[in-house]
Design a protein around this ligand. Structure first.
Ligand code: NAD
Length: 229
């Protein structure tokens, strides 16, 4: 049975990945330490989602580990040698990052490096998918002219009809400390792909939410609003 390692498995996005791949017959190894409750307080607690996965998925193993724990990550990857890695564990809030810059960078940038290097040492052929963010472009998308439609605004330039392309510059913009730590991770993931010829990939999503989000005012705002009404 193929093994999938999912970091941040109790969070919104990866809990969905765990269910999807479990239904495809993969053994799921979830890594999370409920750091979201440290970042955001009790409302950010993700233990309920961890318990849901443990109770509902046949082949789910939880690993209580911090991605900043370099030796722990090396040991886990050496023992597990997963067939694929999906990395979503992160400090995900702009405003929180400004209050905890070391924790933010250590988690987002250094934690990602710990996982990449462990993957290179023990399973370099396994695909490594990183949940990056559209915030790598900083506030530069705000310079694209907009046009008002009946019920929404849209880009006025047909070049952006399908969204912002990866060729869009990440320079000359303000990112927030969160955006900057995610840029560092994104570049490192790309570099391990190019430099070491590993199958790595960055996905740059934005404004994602759903029923399994432990939404708080500082992150997961849509889910927070729905729960507050
Ligand atoms: N939700 C969005 O709108 C959105 C948009 C773009 C990108 N992303 C990215 O997707 C990823 C997941 O976002 P989410 O909304 O699911 O966030 P989330 O906070 O719901 O999930 C992240 C999980 O990672 C865990 N975690 C955090 N630090 C950890 C550490 N040091 N060690 C182990 N586990 C740790 C948390 O406990 C949490 O369960 C993040 O990388 C985020 O930047 C999210």
């Amino acid at each position: 049975m193929k093994k999938l390692l999912v970091t941040g498995s109790s969070g919104l996005i990866r809990s969905e990945v765990c269910v999807y791949f479990a239904n495809q017959g993969w053994a799921i190894h979830g890594l999370d330490n409920n750091q979201r409750s440290i970042f955001f307080g009790p409302q950010g607690d993700t233990r309920w989602n961890q318990q849901r996965l443990q109770q509902t998925l046949a082949n789910f193993t939880h690993h209580e580990l911090d991605i900043r724990d370099r030796q722990g990550i090396l040991k886990l990857l050496e023992n597990l040698k997963p067939d694929a890695i999906v990395h979503t564990a992160a400090q995900p809030s702009h405003d929180r990052a400004a209050a905890i810059p070391f924790d933010d960078f250590d988690t987002n940038a250094v934690g990602t490096l710990n996982l990449l290097e462990a993957t290179r040492q023990f399973c370099p052929e396994s695909p490594f998918v990183h949940l990056s963010t559209n915030k790598v472009y900083g506030d530069r998308p705000n310079t694209i002219p907009l046009k008002e439609l009946d019920i929404r605004w849209n880009y006025d330039d047909p070049a952006y009809a399908n969204g912002i392309p990866e060729t869009f510059s990440i320079d000359q913009s303000k990112h927030s400390l969160f955006g900057a730590s995610k840029v560092a991770a994104d570049i490192m993931v790309q570099e391990y792909g190019r430099y070491f010829n590993m199958p790595t990939c960055c996905l740059r999503g934005g404004c994602l939410t759903g029923p399994n989000h432990s939404g708080v005012e500082l992150h997961g705002f849509l889910s927070y609003l729905v729960n507050a009404t």
